[in-house]
Design a protein around this ligand. Structure first.
Ligand SMILES: *Cc1c(COP(=O)(O)O)cnc(C)c1O
Length: 381
């Protein structure tokens, strides 16, 4: 008897897990914009799963099934943004609970966490992601409910050992949440390393075309905690639009091609500019000089991601001058699209930002890497 082959994630991604349109036979699934659903003469819903647009949408389920399979997890949930996904997890906490998170992480979430924890009576410890013992010394057994990590951390690209963080979190009785926006399931499947929840800003690589704002959570277990998260999305209403969910299922079909190309080009570019006379440093987890290199080699599979920073000689002015002279790289915030972006992160984050003023953050797209290198070469002249 033939052994049942499991499909590779690339196949699942390209075919949206073989989900087609049952009603028409369309190869591509339909969009369901309806905000409300019909009841029959006996006042029964025609389809018992669907009553009102905030509860469920057939289109969400399509993208959620693909993402869950790519992460090797039982379930995923879409949200109206990465921040909505993150803040939904935090809404499960009670006053007195404690959270541990890295000092360098997505700045919007770090700023929100600091405010939210103060307002809602939650304890918060921000640890140094470059110090391997920092998580263990920050958790409080019984009180810490969430250990929140990002890997690689945006924008220092510090790599956190997910398996080690998971052991520490579980020993303390906490859940481990991994923001895997930068790694994507192509390079790391955090659930396999012991994560309880995985967060994505689907605005970035998952969609990959800079044309939607969306978020997602993936769970290792469909337990009571997860049910609470599902209920919070419905009750608090942080749902995605039906068109955005449809664009996301389309974007994910090319995820593997996009992420692999971006990773390959980012490594070529990082190696090319490492040691350049106009740069202090190239910050990329794929360079042996990066403190996260050894963990990245173990934890990231098939590449080191498409994100890096250049530390430019001449301070903020030197960095801004390089950004000014770029003709191929587009000056804009965000990441994970098919077009390469360059940004002066300190300007975006402003006063109090831990990001050095002489850093430029690059999100590498899928263009010819020769064009990207030539653009930076002329900008650095
Ligand atoms: C962008 C981003 C977020 C926030 O996601 P939104 O979709 O903008 O709400 C969270 N984490 C990381 C790492 C991000 O890059």
């Amino acid at each position: 008897m033939a052994k049942k082959r499991t499909l590779s994630p690339e196949t699942i991604s390209a075919q949206a897990a073989h989900q087609t349109d049952a009603l028409t036979g369309g190869v591509i699934p339909a969009i369901h914009p309806s905000s409300t659903f019909v009841r029959d003469k006996n006042y029964q819903l025609i389809n018992s799963r669907h009553g009102y647009g905030r509860d469920e949408n057939p289109g969400f389920a399509i993208a959620e099934r693909v993402l869950a399979q790519l992460e090797g997890a039982p379930a995923a949930l879409l949200f109206s943004s990465g921040m909505a996904a993150a803040t939904t997890v935090l809404q499960t906490l009670k006053p007195g609970d404690h959270i541990v998170a890295p000092r360098v992480m997505y700045w919007g979430l770090r700023n929100w966490l600091i405010k939210f924890c103060d307002q809602w009576g939650l304890g918060l410890d921000l640890f140094d992601p470059t110090k391997p013992d920092a998580i263990a010394s920050s958790v409080r057994k019984g009180q810490t409910k969430l250990v929140w990590i990002e890997s690689p951390c945006n924008p220092s690209w510090d790599v956190i050992d997910i398996a080690a963080a998971s052991k520490i979190a579980h020993h303390a009785g906490a859940r481990l949440v991994v923001d895997s926006t930068v790694s994507t399931p192509v390079l790391t499947q955090p659930v396999k390393h012991g994560a309880d929840l995985v967060l994505h800003s689907a605005t970035k690589y998952l969609n990959g075309h800079c044309d939607i704002v969306a978020g997602a959570l993936v769970t290792a277990k469909e337990d009571a905690f997860w049910e609470n998260v599902c209920a919070l999305r419905v009750d608090a209403g942080a749902i995605l639009g039906s068109f955005e969910a449809w664009l996301l299922q389309r974007g994910m079909r090319t995820l593997f091609l996009r992420v692999r190309k971006a990773s390959e080009s980012a490594l070529t570019l990082a190696e090319h500019f490492d040691g350049h006379a106009r740069l202090e440093a190239v910050i990329y987890p794929g360079l042996p000089s990066h403190p996260g290199f050894e963990i990245a080699k173990r934890q990231m599979d098939g590449g080191f991601g498409g994100m890096l920073c250049l530390q430019v000689k001449g301070g903020a002015k030197g960095a801004l001058n390089v950004a000014k002279r770029c003709k191929v790289f587009i000056r804009a915030t965000s990441l994970g699209g098919v077009e390469s972006l360059i940004e002066h992160r300190y300007t975006i984050e402003g006063e109090g930002s831990p990001v050095p003023r002489d850093w430029l953050r690059l999100s590498i797209g899928i263009e010819s890497v020769d064009d990207l290198i030539a653009d930076l070469e002329q900008a650095l002249e």
